[in-house]
Design a protein around this ligand. Structure first.
Ligand code: IPE
Ligand code: IPE
Ligand code: MG
Length: 253
């Protein structure tokens, strides 16, 4: 069957939305930005902005599952976020602990498979253990994959991939001239995920901030002024609708 312009195999794709609320988006990623500005506007401490941000995560993960999204990748903590004041980093790590603890049962029940991208093993030992436990407990789930980017930077991800391939070359397993695009893709943290269809950034900033630089080669980009704590089901629907109107060409004509 011919693929429609929004990538869906659905014959009713012309009326997409009625039949598919995701408009053909299998994999959506979000740069969840604007917690600090949300708090500032309300004259609240930044920590409360991050707390509201976690509520928005909980809500959007549920919504994405209900809408039939296959993979949702969320940028939660970048490899550059360590440069924030110690107190803020510690607030964010505290919220991460709470989030995993309180939501793991819901993931198990709702068929959500948890995955982490980024060098998360550099986080505090108790968080690493919690994450490994949650990954193991949800490994067989297949309704949706929630990929959380923790201590993630796309350049760091590519650096780790290059090292991995160089090691294989060093061991005589791989011929440098035979390295293909697939070898690189398979060495990235996202190796087991489908192509990234749509990349959303909230809070009005028009940059990628070191997120999924390889994977976003042909992704559709969507920027909204909504601050992350205000990003809800209606906002996600708007992003999917926008995706539904895009003509994806992948360099062809
Ligand atoms: C996003 O909100 C959360 C993280 C980066 C962890 P910010 O904390 O970046 O909020 P702004 O950009 O200062 O408003
Ligand atoms: C990107 O937001 C990282 C996350 C959302 C986790 P930042 O707020 O860190 O990005 P910059 O500093 O504005 O580029
Ligand atoms: Mg920010």
């Amino acid at each position: 069957m011919a693929r429609s312009k929004n990538g869906s195999d659905d014959p009713a794709a012309g009326t997409a939305g009625l039949s598919d609320p995701t408009f053909g988006v299998r994999h959506v990623a979000i740069i969840m930005d604007g917690n600090g500005r949300w708090a500032k506007r309300k004259h609240l401490p930044r920590a409360l902005g991050h707390k509201k941000g976690v509520e928005a995560v909980r809500n959007i993960v549920r919504t994405a599952g209900e809408m039939g999204v296959e993979v949702m990748t969320l940028y939660a903590f970048s490899s550059e976020n360590w440069s924030r004041p110690e107190e803020e980093v510690s607030d964010l790590m505290g919220l991460l602990r709470q989030y995993i603890q309180s939501d793991i049962e819901e993931f198990v029940q709702n068929g959500v498979r948890l995955k982490v991208i980024g060098n998360y093993r550099a986080l505090d030992g108790d968080i690493v253990a919690m994450i490994d436990n949650a990954i193991e407990r949800t490994a067989q789930n297949s309704k949706m994959t929630l990929a959380v980017a923790l201590n993630y930077g796309a350049q760091d991800e590519m650096l780790r991939a290059v090292r991995h391939l160089a090691e294989r070359v060093g061991e005589g397993e791989l011929d440098p001239q035979a390295i293909g695009l697939d070898d690189i893709a398979n060495a990235l943290d996202t190796a087991d995920l489908p192509p990234l269809d749509l990349l959303i950034r909230t809070s009005g900033e028009l940059r990628l901030s070191n997120f999924l630089l390889w994977q976003a080669a042909y992704s559709e980009l969507y920027f909204t002024d909504a601050l992350w704590p205000d990003f809800d089901k209606a906002e996600l629907e708007k992003a999917f609708q926008s995706f539904g109107h895009r003509e994806r060409r992948f360099g062809g004509r």
